[in-house]
Structures are given as C-alpha cells and as structure tokens.
Design a protein around this ligand. Structure first.
Ligand code: 5AD
Ligand code: SF4
Length: 348
C-alpha cells in the first residue's frame, strides 16, 4: 500500500509506520507540507504566543555517566560549580523582574542539593514572585518529588532520551528505560506537569526509534515534549561522533506537534547551536516555547553539556533581549502568562 502524504497529514492519529513515513520524507516540497501542517496545528492549539522559561543551571556536578553528556561524572576536564541557594533565589528574582513567569531549576544529578535545600529554594522563589517553578534535576527519589510538589514546584522535566530500551541501557550505564518512564508516571500522578523528550542522532539510533520516542510521549500524555539534536561533547565516549541532523530534528518536532497537538514544544538551544536560525526554524515547525539561559557568570561557561553551546559566554540579559527580537522578527508574540499546559484548561 502506498502512503499518501496529504491524507496522512489530515488524520487525527498516526500509526508507527505512518510516523516513520513522515520522518523519512526527502522531497523538499513534501517536507515543506509537513512543516506547514505542524505550524497550522501549533496555531490552532497554542496560538501565536511564545512562552519563555528562564533557566538557572545551578550545579554542573553529576553522579551519572551518560555516554553523550559533557557533565558526566568521569569528565575531569571541566570545572565543577554549585551556586548557593541565595544566588539561585536572586537569579530567580531577576528572571521574574524581566517579566518571565517560569523559572527552571536545572542541574546534573547532584545529591549535595538534598530534599530540604531544594524545597527551601522552591518555597522561597514562590514566596518572592508569581512564577511557575519547573524542576529539571534528573532521576531523584519518589519521596523527594512529593516533598518538592508540596513546597510549590509546578512542573518536572525529565527527558526519556531514547525509547529504545537496549540503547537506553547502553547510553546510561546499564540503567533501564522502564525506571525512567516509571519516574515520569509517578511525577504525573503527583500533579506535576511533566516534560519529556529525546535526543536526535545518537549513535546507532534509527528512524523507527524516533517514531517510538514520539509514541511514548503521546502515551505518557506529556505536557511538554523537548526534541533536540545530539551534539558531541569533548572528553566523552561519543566525542568523535556526528551531530544530529537539523532537518531530522525539525521533522521530528513537526510530527510531534501534529500528533500530540496541545503540548508545549521548545525550540532548543541545541538546535540554535547547530544552525544560526535554529530557533526561528523550530518556532516555524511546531515549537511555541523558548528557554533563555539566565545562569550568571562565571558559572554559565562551565555548564558544558555539549560543544559550542550558543550564548554560553554572553551576558544573560543580552541573550534574553536578542531572543525577544528574534521571536518578534518572525511575527510571533511574547506571552506574559505562566504558560501552563493547555491540557490543564485552567485559568490563572
Ligand atoms: N547533546 C545534546 N543534548 C545533550 N544533553 C546531554 N548531552 C547532550 C549532548 N551531547 C541533554 C540531555 C539531557 C539534558 C541535561 O541535556 O537530553 O536531558
Ligand atoms: Fe548528568 Fe543529565 Fe548529563 Fe546524564 S545527561 S550526565 S544525568 S547532566
């Protein structure tokens, strides 16, 4: 049976084979049709507003050894830092003062920041400002997730990275995909808005693997789906591998938007690091979120997940202004709300 592009794009649901077909599109005209459809669906379900999330990378210590990541524990070439709780809280104030209504607390898996320290930071940020707090701290304890929800956290970002269980274990030192997925389900049951996501172009990964990534995020009912390219990082086992393709990343974002519909999709910094117009391209292929990095100097230079990260040496305020200009230059508006998940259907 030959698959008809227009017909598939107008379906409510996709089979795995149909997703694979869409990700394999090669003709420029057909890829364009995919992107136009994704843009249409984004407009219907999310409108023209772009939500900003101010990111604070407060610790680059990590107990894990993910094969692809520059922050892995075995990488002795980077200088490690931890911001103090006061510095984190001050940076959150700055984010709120420039009108951004979501603060993302991001770090490696760093047990030094224990349950109470993180709870204190969340609670204080929520007391100081009217912002949503997203945690992106990796796999932590179930009791910790509960405590942080009670302290006021709203969302948790934990990418599944790959939905192929065999590759998951290879990239993550024998760990199991099922455990990661179990954490996501538990976070959701606690009332967090959950974000997951994958990496495009990891060694040995195939197009059917990417189809499974999209289907897994659909099945989990994620509120945010972060699709970004793999970029090799020095002093990691994958330092000499090829980076993920910008086009395949955009196709994956587009299919994710068309199938998942009312989710948030970021135009990632990784995409912007591979292509001068990465953010604009992402926003035109289904994305509706941008996550400017507010990590202050001298820390931000050391959050080296991958090489040539865009804006790493620039001042946070400058990066933020340039992002605002770029969003407006493609005719999109900046949201002034918290940008809670459209799935929740609540008014704040
Ligand atoms: N390229 C792109 N993204 C990466 N991440 C880790 N290493 C890389 C890399 N080399 C992403 C992972 C993880 C987040 C902390 O950073 O997806 O979820
Ligand atoms: Fe640590 Fe996350 Fe990097 Fe893995 S991807 S090494 S958990 S910071």
């Amino acid at each position: 049976m030959s698959l008809n592009l227009i017909q598939i794009l107008n379906q409510e649901n996709f089979t795995r084979d149909e997703i694979i077909f869409l990700l394999n599109l090669q003709k420029e005209e057909e890829i364009k049709q995919l992107f136009v459809k994704a843009d249409e669906i984004r407009k219907i379900y999310c409108g023209d507003e772009v939500h900003l999330r101010g990111v604070i990378e407060f610790s680059n210590y990590c107990d894990e050894n993910c094969m692809y990541c520059g922050l892995r524990d075995d990488n002795f070439s980077i200088s490690r830092y931890r911001m103090s709780p006061e510095e984190i809280i001050e940076t959150a104030k700055l984010i709120s003062n420039v009108g951004i209504k979501t603060v993302v607390l991001q770090s490696g898996e760093d047990g030094y920041f224990d349950t109470d320290m993180i709870a204190y930071v969340i609670y204080t940020i929520k007391q100081n400002s009217d912002v949503a707090v997203t945690l992106s701290l990796g796999d932590r304890g179930f009791e910790e997730y509960r405590n942080w929800k009670i302290a006021g956290a709203d969302r948790y970002l934990l990418k599944h990275e790959t939905a192929n269980p065999r590759l998951y274990s290879i990239y993550h030192n024998g760990e199991h995909l099922d455990d990661r997925v179990g954490h996501l389900r538990y976070l959701k049951s606690l009332g967090y808005q959950i974000g997951s996501g994958n990496l495009i172009g990891l060694p040995s990964q195939t197009i059917p693997d990417l189809a499974d990534d999209i289907l897994l995020m659909h099945e989990l009912g994620v509120n945010m789906a972060a699709v970004g390219p793999f970029i090799p990082s020095p002093f990691t086992p994958y330092q000499n591998r090829k980076h993920g393709s910008v086009e395949l990343t955009l196709k994956t974002m587009a299919v994710t938007r068309i199938l998942l519909k009312d989710v948030h999709i970021p135009a990632t910094t990784a995409l912007d690091s591979l292509d001068n117009f990465g953010r604009e391209k992402g926003l035109n292929c289904g994305a509706n979120v941008v996550m400017p990095n507010f990590t202050p100097h001298p820390y931000r230079e050391n959050y080296t997940i991958y090489s040539n990260k865009r804006g790493i040496n620039d001042d946070p305020e400058l990066v933020h202004k340039s992002i605002l200009n770029r969003i407006q230059s493609i005719g999109r508006k900046i949201s002034h709300t918290r940008g809670d998940s459209p799935k929740l259907n609540i008014n704040i």
